[in-house]
Each structure stands twice: as C-alpha cells, then as structure tokens.
Design a binder for this molecule. Structure first.
Ligand code: TYM
Length: 329
C-alpha cells in the first residue's frame, strides 16, 4: 500500500492556501493509502520565542485536522516533538546535506530576509534537514504539499539518495504530489505573492475560521486586473486568475470552466466568496465541536503518536545500523 506523509506547522491560523494546497488532498488520500500527518511543532520553534504558545496552537491545529475530515481511525495524526526519532534522525540528515545545498533554499532566503532586524536561528537554516527526517522516517512514497514545498521535497530526495549511496539502501525515495487547482493560492491583495500566514497584513488571507462576513469583505476587496475580461491567464491576469483558481478548487471544476460562468469582476468575487463560505461552513462547525472536548482530542493525538512512534523508531534503528554506530547491546 502506498505510504503518504505530510505535515503542517502550528504557527498562525490555518488559511485557504493550506487547505486547498495540502489538507484537502490529505483527506482525499486517507482511504486510498496509509497516511501519516504530523503537526510539526519543532519546525515552529524556528520562529517562536515566547513561552506557552506552541502547545496551545498544536492542540487547536489537531482539532482543525480532524475538522477538515481526517479520520482518526484510518489516518495517523501525530505531534512531532512527542516522537524523539525526528530530532535524532534530523542530526544524521544535517550531516548528509551540505551547507551549499541549504544555502540555496528559497524559503530560507525569503524567511531570513523578512526577519532582517530579528533573530535568525540556525534552525531556520537547517530546517530542511528536519523536514527530510520527518519524511524519511515514515518510508513515504508520496508527500502531498503545495507548490512552495517542492524544493524541500527535492532536497529530501537528494539527501536520501546520498545516504543510501554512502551507507547502503536504507530510505525510500519520496515524491511530491501537488493538486491541479490550489497548489499555489495567492494573496487576495497581492496576487503575485503566495497566501501566507507570516505576512504583516492579512487582509488578503482567508483563514478557515473567518466568519462569512469577513470572507465576503476580503473577496470584495480582492485586487483584480486593469481590463474587465474574466479569463484565466496567470501571467497577464494574476488577480482574476487567482479568484478563478480558488473558485474552481472550491467547486471541483477547472479555472477555465469557472471563467465561462462570469462576465464581470464583481460577480466573480461574490461567486468565489459564496463558494468558499459554503465549503468552510461544515469545517467551522466541526472545529467548534471538537474543541469542546480537549480530553478526547488528546486521546486522538496519543493514538496517532503511538502508531507513528512504532514506525519511526524502526526506521531510525535501520539508519543507525546502516551507518554502523556501536550497538548498545
Ligand atoms: P506549512 O505549515 O507552511 O504549510 C502546510 C501546507 O500548506 C501548503 N501551503 C500552500 N499551498 C497552496 N497555496 C498556498 N498559498 C500555501 N501556503 C501553504 C504548504 O505547501 C504545505 O503543504 N515545511 C512545511 C511543513 C513540513 C512538512 C514536513 C511538509 C515539515 N515537515 C514534511 C511535508 C512533509 C511547511 O512549513 O508547511
């Protein structure tokens, strides 16, 4: 059976880009494959300096993952810091990736540039090594992600190939899987930049928990393009094309087909808002229900952790044996 792994960081609120680019595919995959999904709190630490934030965000994110439809009976949802093997394999990965390779990562360049006047942790730089550990520990064949993560999956492949070459066949070589529509959801106010929870201004970001009125307002104010035609053309018409792509993803059609139904920008904005509100309504309801019972949420997380732990521990031991560390017995 195909093994799938993908993860999300507990930083900020989950937005439409996370949902259409990744989470929705995770849910779709759970009945076809053996799926593992991590809440990667160690990754969040690369940009967290305040106490008491990560844990609260982690539990809320667990509620969100079940609210979007991950079924705890079939999907393994786990918390990264609860499984020691992630940190342990991460060091081995750091020694299998080069400084030059890490220096070429666009996410590091972007994030460190944005934090210009702030603390840039070494963890932000070595982040892809931890991400490679997340993926390789579960022998993942497929990694369903948004477009922005492609480079991190590529470097994971390079690391795995290098390790296997040095120490013998140990890791499965994974591949990235991105959705047809929604792989790169752009900011509604700045359609040439991806929708992201780390921006200062969030008027162009749709959060999954935004009330319907807020969603409507954000779509109404979305930046469109200078002429008035509703056509899908990412290069020439980034604003309209982003709306069409969101609408297509929300209504399960193609952006070209979605374009045929509209002749005016105003109607397209309202149509997109309505489709997104309808898509998010059941998720918001389930999220509120799940958050009522924290003990049950903890039980579900522990259930996922124990399954993930068993798989991860075995792979770590395999890697340690391949290297030839002195055995403990
Ligand atoms: P994160 O937490 O930033 O995002 C989670 C997922 O959401 C996708 N995504 C988007 N997709 C489309 N349009 C957007 N605007 C958009 N913004 C975010 C991301 O591609 C991602 O799939 N490094 C990862 C977390 C991670 C991970 C892993 C992922 C750690 N270990 C192992 C896969 C496998 C990250 O920061 O994602």
């Amino acid at each position: 059976m195909t093994r799938v792994l993908s993860c999300i960081q507990p930083t900020g609120e989950v937005h439409l880009g996370n949902y259409l680019g990744a989470l929705r595919n995770w849910v779709e995959g759970q009945d076809k494959a053996d799926v593992f999904h991590g809440i990667v709190d160690l990754h969040a630490l690369t940009v967290t300096e305040k106490p008491g934030v990560i844990g609260v965000n982690t539990l809320q994110l667990a509620a969100m993952l079940f609210a979007v439809g991950l079924n705890p009976d079939v999907a393994t949802v786990f918390v990264q810091s609860h499984i020691a093997a992630h940190s342990q394999l991460s060091w081995i990965m750091e020694c299998t990736v080069s400084f030059g390779e890490l220096s070429r990562m666009t996410q590091f360049k972007d994030k460190s540039a944005k934090r210009e006047a702030e603390f840039v942790s070494a963890g932000l730089f070595t982040y892809p090594a931890l991400q490679a550990a997340d993926i390789l520990l579960y022998d993942a064949d497929e990694v369903p992600v948004g477009d922005d993560q492609r480079q991190h999956i590529e470097i994971t492949r390079d690391i795995a190939i290098r390790f296997n070459h040095r120490f013998g066949e140990t890791f499965v070589i994974p591949k990235a899987v991105t959705p047809k529509s929604g792989a790169r959801v752009m900011d509604l106010q700045n359609p040439t930049a991806k929708m992201s929870k780390s921006g200062d201004d969030d008027s162009g970001v749709i959060y999954l928990l935004d009330p319907p009125k807020t969603i409507e307002k954000k779509f109404k104010r979305a930046v469109t393009d200078s002429d008035t035609d509703v056509v899908y053309d990412r290069e020439r018409k980034p604003g309209v094309s982003n709306l069409l792509e969101i609408l297509a993803a929300a209504t399960m059609t193609s952006p070209q087909q979605a374009a045929e139904k509209y002749s005016r920008y105003g109607d397209l904005k309202m149509g997109s808002a309505e489709a997104v509100i309808a898509m998010l309504e059941p998720i918001q309801r389930r999220y509120q229900q799940l958050l009522q019972d924290k003990a049950e949420l903890m039980r579900l997380v522990h259930k996922g952790n124990s399954r993930a732990e068993a798989v991860a521990a075995k792979t770590l031991a395999r890697a340690q044996d391949a290297i030839g560390f002195l055995g403990k017995t």
